[in-house]
Design a binder for this molecule. Structure first.
Ligand code: ADE
Length: 418
């Protein structure tokens, strides 16, 4: 078996952590049992380009139990947990191509090495794998049934490819499933982003002005959790509806050019480029903290920050201090990469349980129906979304009501009860 990881000796430590995550992933356990009997992924080779975390280990294992040849590579050069990568190889016999801290060339070399297995299905987190197949590895297209996409940024890119007629196989937008977005994006990003800021800086959030750029699901979660710890949260937005929602949710809303003057901590969560730029860094207070929780490290204009600075130095793990010409110091967390995975452990397993259950069932859907699908971006089928929510509720011992016959009739009629 070919693989490429940083340190095999870390495998047993990784296994303890993978087992810990497993305890919080009952939906995937149920799927492993069910699909382990049905083996719907038999004959499929699935390359999962994901953050290599304990939760991804459980996903890879679930795909394997369902019959797939499962292969893992990293979706970000800084988010790989090396002990987990080693454990996936040693304990589950699944090839991994990932090591924390590799440079861009090595990162893409690992994606290419994973693709050498010749996937029939891909799982992407940020669309790097799909991009590489469409640009450099077009010989693989012939065998591809379809792919899935885990994150908002990836879905935006893939929809742009589809609109341009450039997409060559169907993609299921797992990110957009309700049982993913409402929980992983909101509660997962919310908790893990605040966790990362606290782990890396150990600052008190109570009384701090936290500027959150964006008010999508992820940003809503970050705002909610920062407010819960006593921060004064300010939202910046470009979308009038989202801005209005933020205002009515009780946050202060203002342009970044104003927020830059008053913020103590800045978190970008927009999926867009250069959200905080040179002109904003120029306005910030000494000691302002800069973090990004969007998929790519482009939301903070780091080259601009470098140009403004006379020196930079590491002051704590995952904290770099940039000194500007007038002596003000700005603190950048996790190199501006997604802070929740670089400086913490990513979303907790309990929400990844639902996201990765959607991924697993989307792969089964592709294996069964992929050959009949057009090269477009599809929503997760509603039955899958509802099934994931049902399984999660069951694992939480929560029962819900069912419609009576009369209620069902009422909901589909227009002449009853008026
Ligand atoms: N994305 C965000 N959190 C994650 C996690 N814990 N595992 C894999 N991908 C993630």
């Amino acid at each position: 078996m070919k693989y490429s990881i940083a340190d095999e000796s870390l495998a047993d430590t990784g296994k303890m952590r993978v087992d810990w995550a497993d305890r919080q992933m009952p939906v995937l356990a149920t799927l492993r049992e069910r699909l382990g009997k049905e083996r719907p992924l038999e004959g499929q080779t699935i390359v999962a380009c994901c953050h290599v975390t304990t939760e991804t280990a459980i996903l890879a294992r679930t795909l394997q139990a369902a019959g797939a040849e499962s292969v893992v590579c990293a979706s970000n050069p800084l988010s790989t947990q090396d002990d987990v990568a080693a454990s996936i190889v040693k304990h589950f016999d699944i090839p991994v191509f990932a090591a924390r801290g590799v440079d861009t060339d090595a990162y893409y070399a690992q994606i290419h090495a994973a693709l050498d297995v010749g996937p029939t299905i891909t799982i992407d987190d940020g669309a790097d794998l799909t991009n590489v197949i469409h640009s450099d590895r077009t010989e693989l297209l012939e065998n591809m049934i379809g792919g899935t996409e885990e994150t908002t940024t990836g879905c935006i890119r893939l929809r742009a490819m589809a609109a341009d007629g450039a997409l060559k196989f169907p993609i299921i937008a797992v990110n957009d499933a309700k049982s993913k977005q409402l929980f992983d994006n909101r509660y997962g990003t919310g908790q893990s982003t605040v966790d990362a800021i606290m782990r890396s800086t150990n600052i008190l959030l109570a009384g701090k002005a936290v500027v959150v750029c964006g008010y999508g699901w992820c940003a809503r979660g970050v705002s909610m959790r920062a407010r819960g710890l006593g921060a004064h949260v300010i939202i910046t937005e470009v979308d009038p509806l989202r801005a209005l929602e933020a205002a009515m949710d009780g946050y202060q809303v203002m342009p970044i050019a104003k927020a830059a003057e008053v913020g103590g901590i800045f978190v970008t969560v927009t999926g867009d480029i250069n959200v905080i730029r040179k002109e904003h860094f120029e306005l910030m207070r000494d000691g302002a903290i800069l973090a990004n929780s969007g998929h790519f490290n482009v939301e903070l204009d780091i080259p601009g920050l470098e140009e403004l600075s006379t020196s930079r130095r590491a002051v704590r793990p995952n904290v770099e201090e940039f000194t500007l010409r007038d002596g003000r110091r700005l603190l950048l967390l996790g190199e501006g990469r997604l802070v929740n995975l670089v400086a913490a452990e990513g979303h907790p397993a309990a929400v990844m349980d639902m996201s990765f259950a959607n991924q697993t069932l989307a792969c089964v859907h592709l294996a069964r129906n992929g050959n009949d699908l057009e090269p477009k971006v599809y929503d997760v089928p509603e039955e899958i979304d509802a099934e994931v929510a049902r399984l999660k509720l069951r694992s939480m011992d929560i029962e819900i009501d069912a419609l009576t016959q009369e209620q069902e009739k009422y909901l589909s009629s227009y002449d009853m009860g008026t």
